[in-house]
Write a protein that binds this ligand. Structure first.
Ligand code: PHE
Length: 337
């Protein structure tokens, strides 16, 4: 049976012994002697069960007080202990620190920022759209009627409630023109979705940047100048640009835009499939039906629009041969950017 006197004497003993401690290792030895598995205080606690219930709480309180006091004093003493002179500290303060692993922006984010920076320098505003859209914004308002064959090329994922994942950022053209009056000059980056089978050059999700300019006296040469400037900023000052006739339902006339191959400068190589040219975007003058659909008079206003694929631009610029690298989160790939 333990007695109150025993508890008091252990407390006294601890005080005295602590006074003799000079370094970290003797402090640790003292800690083990009192608080360790078989330490003096620990043994008291174990014996608590054999104390008659009537006295148990009084004893419990005293032992726990002792334990907290010992713990507190050891901690306090330890913080005051200075490394003993003559003996070297265990810590080598001259070692270089551990460098925290710094993250970086994803290559697609970097490319989006670079492209937006070029367009904002030309006075374009950056706007946001939505990824879940209705059929109206993805098709109908963009002059793609329900039975039009060009719907197939943009067909997409539908939700059970009849919404869809947008298959092109051209939806933002409509959203912006509904809300704002011309003059308008915007670029809109974002994700788009298509039911494409994934392979080296296709993904069911990828990123586009849409451009739209609507004003009173815009011509096709404004479109040409804007895109030529953009491509030269991104791929180099001697980049040449050509426009091929194409079809998009929401632009008339429509074009596909090629730039001269930055790798062979037009001679023909494997980057440009030996043609000297690389197709980089789709564009055209805003179709009068699109302006009419949002209540803007095509008699007073004209404009141009363009859409480019961010993955494609990034793959071209850095010679990446497989689109899947962008989505795999492999740091060996990501670290290179
Ligand atoms: N939305 C078209 C596409 O995804 C690109 C485009 C945008 C073409 C604007 C013309 C004008 O292919």
């Amino acid at each position: 049976m333990i007695t109150i006197e025993q508890i008091d004497s252990i407390a006294k003993e601890f005080e005295e012994r602590l006074g003799g401690v000079t370094d970290a290792s003797s402090l640790e030895a003292l800690r083990v002697e009192f608080l360790g598995k078989k330490g003096k205080v620990t043994l008291f606690l174990r014996e608590l069960g054999s104390i008659p219930p009537a006295e148990r709480s009084e004893f419990g309180k005293r032992i726990n007080d002792l334990k907290s006091r010992v713990e507190f004093q050891i901690a306090e003493y330890s913080s005051k202990l200075k490394p003993v002179s003559g003996k070297k500290s265990d810590v080598d303060w001259t070692l270089p620190g551990i460098q925290p692993a710094a993250g970086r922006l994803h290559p697609l984010t970097q490319m989006i920022q670079k492209i937006l920076e070029i367009f904002t320098r030309m006075g374009f505003d950056v706007v946001d759209g939505r990824e879940i859209e209705t059929e109206f914004y993805n098709f109908t308002a963009l002059n793609i009627p329900l039975d039009h064959p060009s719907r197939d090329a943009f067909d997409t994922f539908y939700t059970r409630h009849g919404n869809l994942l947008r298959s092109q950022t051209s939806t933002v053209q409509i959203r912006i023109m509904e809300k704002h009056k011309p003059p308008l000059k915007i670029v809109a980056p974002g994700k788009v979705y298509r039911p494409d089978t994934v392979d080296a050059s296709h993904s069911f999700m990828f990123h586009q940047i849409e451009g739209l300019l609507v004003d009173e006296r815009t011509t096709f040469s404004d479109l040409k100048g804007t895109l030529a400037f953009f491509l030269r900023e991104l791929f180099g000052a001697n980049t040449r640009v050509r426009f091929r006739p194409h079809f998009f339902p929401f632009t008339e006339p429509s074009v596909e835009v090629d730039m001269s191959c930055f790798n062979c400068h037009g001679k023909g190589c494997n980057v440009c499939s030996r043609t000297g040219w690389i197709e980089v975007l789709g564009a055209g003058s805003v179709h009068p039906n699109v302006l009419t659909a949002v209540g803007i008079s095509p008699k007073k206003y004209q404009g141009f629009a363009f859409g480019l694929g961010v993955e494609r631009m990034t793959m071209l610029k850095y010679g990446i041969h497989d689109i899947r690298y962008f989505y795999e989160n492999d740091v060996r790939f990501l670290n290179q950017f």
